[in-house]
Design a protein around this ligand. Structure first.
Ligand SMILES: *[C@@H]1O[C@H](CO)[C@@H](O)[C@H](O)[C@H]1NC(C)=O
Ligand SMILES: *[C@@H]1O[C@H](CO)[C@@H](O)[C@H](O)[C@H]1NC(C)=O
Ligand SMILES: *[C@@H]1O[C@H](CO)[C@@H](O)[C@H](O)[C@H]1NC(C)=O
Length: 350
């Protein structure tokens, strides 16, 4: 009797139902994710206290090195992608680019980052940065990474800083904002001056339509003798980082650029601080926050899994592996942390 079904049909239906529920939970694991109120409680409870966890930092560097080898693989280089090498696009099923005499000269010789990097700042573009006063904090880092060519004009300086060592650029931005560089390239070259002499990091070999705009961006900068250096994200690196986080419960079709950068930073930096990551419509002070620090245009929500990603980052914060700034940065003369507007405020600990 036990374990056997007298009739097969109800059994099949029951099986199907279980399967559907499991699929539902897999796609919408909302029940496992802490929500805004829970996170807010934790922000208040932890207050300004945060202690670096050297074990955690070491563990994550090792995990990321083992899965994804960021030091060697984060960018396409002459060393890891010689002529004839087949690069499989990570955002397409069956599409590849074979490194040729045309593309090989566009790659840097070797990993250009002078490792290990000490203090890294990964700056997301969240509206939570507005009025944060984090600009000086960010600029004090040794290596500043930014996402998707964000505006760095004077009006934002106090909140987001001015220095950039690496900035990502999605090919879709090149298409939308600069007409795929098929017309004038000057607007692009001029706007890129904001990023000084850093690296531009483009996923040129992720989606098929992204390759041409990326190569054009390379030539636009090279022809203008720009001080910027173009790096193409290695599709194997993007794929392996995606797998790494999928194994930790991030069910997105694609990871956000922010989580890629944090993963890179965890792999190559001694200390990581993340700014501007906050996926909720209200801030830690319960005031409404815009989607970006510079606008309030919402993204396609189905594409990325922002709250899931945030929870991963938040866990790393609470374990001391990286530090998240989710409120105001302390004034310069104090060594404190996030300012919590109400409830249990504690003394400031650096
Ligand atoms: C430090 O990190 C390790 C590894 O991630 C973790 O097991 C440990 O609980 C963390 N320590 C604290 C105090 O959170
Ligand atoms: C690539 O170019 C070099 C010299 O520019 C030439 O010797 C070589 O044969 C070319 N290789 C291919 C595969 O075309
Ligand atoms: C590159 O940097 C130098 C020195 O900071 C500056 O004078 C020059 O205008 C820059 N070039 C471009 C194309 O931005």
């Amino acid at each position: 009797m036990s374990g056997r079904c007298p009739r097969t049909r109800p059994c099949a239906w029951a099986g199907l139902c279980v399967l559907l529920v499991l699929c539902w939970l897999y796609v919408f694991p909302a029940s496992r994710l802490p929500g805004y109120e829970e996170i807010l409680d934790e922000v208040s409870r932890l207050g300004p206290v945060w202690a670096r966890n050297r074990t955690g930092i070491h563990v994550y560097r090792k995990l990321l090195t083992d899965c994804c080898d960021p030091r060697r693989m984060f960018a396409v280089t002459k060393e890891n992608s010689p002529i004839g090498k087949v690069l499989w696009y990570d955002g397409e099923l069956y599409h590849s680019h074979t490194v040729s005499n045309d593309t090989y000269p566009l790659f840097v010789q070797d990993n250009p980052l002078r490792l290990p990097l000490k203090k890294c700042a990964v700056v997301g573009n969240g509206g939570v940065l507005r009025h944060s006063g984090c600009g000086r904090d960010i600029d004090d880092s040794d290596f500043v990474m930014r996402c998707n060519l964000p505006p760095l004009s004077k009006e934002y300086m106090e909140d987001v800083g001015t220095r950039t060592h690496l900035v990502t650029a999605n090919p879709s931005i090149i298409e939308k904002r600069f007409q795929s560089l098929l017309w004038s390239r000057r607007a692009f070259v001029d706007s890129m001056r904001a990023y000084g002499a850093g690296y531009v990091y483009m996923p040129a070999f992720s989606m098929r339509p992204g390759t041409e705009p990326s190569l054009r961006a390379y030539y636009a900068l090279a022809d203008a003798s720009s001080n910027l250096t173009m790096l193409f994200a290695h599709p194997d690196f993007l794929r392996s980082v995606g797998k790494f986080w999928k194994g930790r419960g991030v069910h997105a079709r694609r990871l956000s650029t922010g989580l890629f950068l944090v993963s890179l930073a965890l792999g190559v930096c001694e200390e990581v601080t993340a700014y501007g990551f906050w996926p909720f419509a209200a801030g830690p002070d319960r005031r409404p926050v815009s989607h970006h620090y510079y606008d309030n245009i919402l993204p396609y929500t189905w594409f990325h899994a922002m709250p899931e990603e945030f929870v991963q980052l938040w866990r790393l914060h609470t374990s001391g592996t990286l530090r998240m700034r989710v409120g105001q940065c302390p004034p310069r003369d104090q060594g404190g942390d996030i300012k919590i507007p109400q409830r249990h405020s504690r003394g400031t600990i650096g």
